[in-house]
Design a protein around this ligand. Structure first.
Ligand code: ATP
Ligand code: MG
Length: 579
């Protein structure tokens, strides 16, 4: 598989990386639109649509399509519709419709009053089917699904015509109307287009237009007992909405002749055109809705918005911003060939965004208590510390310092190697924004031998502004004052799969067998700096040296819950530099 791991250059296969005057990254679809505009096509209109099927939650792949469709409309002074492709009643639910609208809005796009449903067009689509029958271009076929498949032939062998192909127009009209009236059982009959059973394109071998489904639809209720197929409904829905550029993913390239056949033979007033682009694949991720649904339904994750899911709602709960997702969609570009994007690029985009915006705070995830023996008991000092050195407007805050503090367990070693620049017996470190301390003694649990406390001393002259403020030590640690610490739960997330291509079944394993057993690690008893007890869900911070974190909706007053969005990359080197 091709992996595109470059973080700054556009994905290979992208046609152009120049920005258009409207600051929309140019791509081959924009080029087509520009050429159409120059040629005066569509009276200068650009009208796209985003057509999700409401059978699951949107994922990051959909975000690419949303950014492209709404983005092209915006860049070309055009319009973009939201259209629910709700032609399949059995799998569709109102929950999905609602979540899709929430997610598109959250990503920053607006369909204004142009919210449509393919089901709004059922009557018109039915009328057009009658017209195709009248024109001798569609017929009712009594073969069952299995027989239709067998008659279709293969890539190398022509198909075989259905014995029902040459029914009279009258008989076809009668049967089709009775299909609608519910006279026949599900699967007994279908309506098919009469095209060409010998076509080298299997999609053109008399495709099914309508099937009988005696199921209630979330919008039309029990009104319809026959439902149109996607390939029939989609081009004609585009025609009804006068879509100028109907953009879909590459797997529909083979369906384009059929798209055009319906337009040519139904002859709607407006004739839309289809263009295909490469779908987004991400390493360490499955994107098929069927698989995402299986993860939810079989309990591998805690719902569609589990922060490990590539769904928009999962990414939102994980702490991703719409800006970072849009930036990602811009960076990956629009290609004509499938490839897999390294998930590290997505993580890079959120780091870039939050580096600018997220305030820094101190949080100790695995606390080790230290006692500063020469610091007065009961004394609390409020130290000034910058909220975000990357953002001069973010100001300062006061954090408490006292005799008892927490540091990270991994920042102490009893018997360290030479290059360990953190705390060890007899060694000194700086506590970020505070003093230099020295470890004098360690206290162990008598039973387990576990280190439970460090006894330290501090150098009062080493505070910022103090006489020895400039004294250099090799390491700087984050810390939290025990007296004011806010106890929190912190959820550390990692990739949901431990294979970079979980879809690949060559190793004989299905995707659920490749779930990363360490994709979620819950830490209780983390200690956060004062002030974080009243955090609102959705608030994001950089926990110094740890990464970016967001307050989860499970947070309660005085009991915050944080999700790790992404770790910092070279967190240690960074803090070393900034001291
Ligand atoms: P699935 O096959 O997993 O059910 P889908 O493509 O059928 O997904 P839809 O709801 O029909 O899902 O998709 C709505 C739109 O989003 C379509 O135009 C589709 O091409 C686009 N889309 C879906 N997945 C991706 C992806 N991975 N990358 C880019 N666009 C995508
Ligand atoms: Mg689809």
């Amino acid at each position: 598989m091709k992996q595109d791991s470059s973080l700054t250059t556009p994905a290979s296969g992208q046609e152009e990386s120049n920005k258009s005057p409207l600051d929309f990254p140019s791509n081959f679809i924009q080029d087509i639109i520009s050429a159409d505009l120059r040629a005066g096509k569509n009276q200068g209109r650009v009208h796209t649509r985003f057509p999700p099927e409401p059978n699951g939650y949107l994922h990051i792949g959909h975000a690419k399509s949303i950014c492209l469709n709404f983005g092209l409309a915006r860049a070309n002074d055009g319009l973009c519709n939201l259209r629910f492709d709700d032609t399949n009643p059995s799998k569709e639910e109102v929950e999905f419709v609602d979540s899709i609208m929430t997610d598109v809005r959250w990503l920053g796009f607006d369909w204004e009053e142009r919210l449509y449903y393919a089901s709004d067009y059922f009557e018109q689509l039915y009328e057009w089917a009658l017209q195709l029958i009248q024109d001798g271009k569609a017929y009712v076929c009594d073969l069952n699904a299995e027989e239709i498949r067998a008659y279709r032939g293969t890539l190398t062998d022509a198909g075989q015509e259905s014995p029902y192909r040459n029914r009279s127009v009258e008989e076809n009209l009668d049967l089709f109307k009775r299909m609608r009236a519910g006279e026949f059982e599900e699967g007994a009959r279908v309506l098919r287009a009469k095209i060409d059973m010998a076509s080298p394109n299997l999609n053109m071998r008399d495709p099914v237009l309508y099937r009988i489904l005696k199921q209630a639809h979330h919008r039309t209720g029990d009104k319809w007992l026959i439902y149109p197929m996607y390939d029939y409904a989609h081009p004609l829905s585009d025609a009804i909405e006068a879509i100028t550029h109907s953009i879909c993913t590459l797997e529909f390239a083979d369906h384009r002749p059929l798209y055009d056949w319906f337009i040519d033979n139904v002859k709607p007033e407006y004739e839309p055109r289809q263009y295909e682009f490469a779908r987004l694949n991400l390493s360490y991720t499955v994107m098929s809705k069927r698989k995402l649904r299986a993860l939810v339904e079989q309990g591998y994750v805690n719902g569609w918005d589990d922060p490990r899911m590539p769904t928009i709602s999962g990414l939102r709960r994980r702490g991703y911003t719409p800006e970072a997702i849009r930036d990602f969609c811009e960076r990956i570009g629009v290609a004509k060939r499938d490839s897999t994007v390294d998930i590290a690029l997505l993580e890079y985009c959120i780091r870039e965004d939050l580096n600018r915006r997220a305030d820094r705070v101190m949080a100790v995830l695995r606390p080790l208590k230290i006692v500063i023996e020469n610091y007065p008991e009961g004394q609390v000092e409020w130290l000034d510390i910058a909220n975000n050195p990357e953002n001069p407007d973010s100001g300062n805050r006061k954090i408490p310092f006292g005799r008892e503090l927490y540091i990270e367990q991994e920042d102490f070693m009893e018997d360290p190697p030479r290059k360990f620049f953190r705390l060890a017996p007899g060694r000194e470190v700086r506590l970020k924004g505070a003093y230099i301390i020295k470890c004098q003694e360690l206290i162990k649990d008598e039973q387990t031998g576990e280190i439970i406390q460090l006894r330290c001393t501090y150098d009062p002259d080493t505070k910022s502004g103090g006489p020895a403020a400039g004294r250099k030590v090799k390491g700087t640690l984050h810390w939290v004052a025990a007296s004011h610490a806010v106890k929190a739960e912190v959820r550390l997330y990692d990739h949901l799969f431990d294979s970079d291509n979980p879809d690949d079944d060559e190793d004989g394993k299905v995707f659920t067998q490749k779930i990363n057993p360490n994709s979620l690690l819950v830490l209780n008893g983390c200690m956060l700096e004062a002030g974080l007890e009243k955090v609102q869900p959705g608030e994001r911070f950089q926990f110094l040296r740890q990464g970016y974190f967001v307050a989860d909706p499970d947070s309660k007053t005085d009991a915050p819950v944080f999700n790790r969005i992404v770790p910092l990359r070279d967190s240690w080197a960074k803090i070393q530099k900034k001291g």
